[in-house]
Write a protein that binds this ligand. Structure first.
Ligand SMILES: [Zn+2]
Length: 228
């Protein structure tokens, strides 16, 4: 097997799974097994997103070492001329070029962009959440997060982060999140998350769907930087 095939990324989550989870919660019969499954998959997805970010920043995580329970970060040169140089793991000998490596995450919605803090927050929150309610809050906050990616307007949301986490086109994911079931028993924090999502969508729906703001962001630049 070529070394590059050892690089794997956690996939996005299906809408059906998340829908079932929220429906069970809305009915007051939260499916805790499903919650554990969805929450863990989201955790792995966030880890993949952070891993891509670290690699872009110059630290590639060795997948072969990872599988044998060892953590090895390989420093790579970000010099444009080094794209074809070997990135070599000093611990196990795994090696790839940056060109090969970057191809594995290209156009797979794995760019952290302006939502890095949301992905990182979830990575902290999920393992620490001890009750079903805290777990639901963590999932809720994550899937309703936004990217804030413009250098000049850092408070302006540019895109829902749900599209990095849930399978489907941006328009499908937005519609899906709007139709998620909520029960009368949702906590104040969860209701607040939902209210903020709705208000942001009311203001920016058109911008999100047309992608005008998003196309000006560093995230898009990052996705093409290694290919131009
Ligand atoms: Zn290694």
């Amino acid at each position: 097997m070529p070394d590059i095939d050892e690089v794997t990324w956690a996939p996005r989550i299906s809408k059906a799974q998340i829908r079932r989870l929220y429906e069970s919660d809305a009915l007051g019969m939260l499916d805790e097994e499903l919650l554990a499954d969805v929450g863990t998959r989201l955790f792995q997805r966030c880890r993949s997103i952070v891993e891509v970010h670290e690699a872009r920043q110059g630290q590639v995580r060795c997948p072969r070492c990872e599988r044998s329970g060892r953590e090895t970060l390989i420093a790579r040169s970000k010099d444009p001329g080094a794209r074809e140089a070997q990135i070599l793991c000093p611990a196990c000998g795994w090696q790839v070029t940056w060109i090969e490596y970057a191809r594995t995450f290209k156009r797979r919605q794995l760019n952290s962009g302006g939502a890095m803090s949301a992905f990182q927050e979830y990575i902290q929150r999920w393992p620490a959440a001890r009750t079903p309610e805290l777990k639901m809050v963590a999932v809720d906050r994550l899937i309703h997060a936004f990217h804030f990616s413009l250098y000049k307007l850092p408070d302006l949301p540019t895109r829902p982060a749900g599209v990095n986490l849930i399978k489907g086109k941006l328009s499908d994911v937005i519609q899906f999140l709007e139709e998620l079931s909520y029960g009368p028993g949702s906590s104040a924090e969860r209701n607040q998350v939902r209210l903020e999502w709705q208000q942001t969508l009311e203001t920016f729906r058109k911008d999100f769907l047309e992608g005008l703001l998003y196309r000006q962001t560093e995230e898009v630049e990052a996705d093409t930087e290694d290919w131009n």
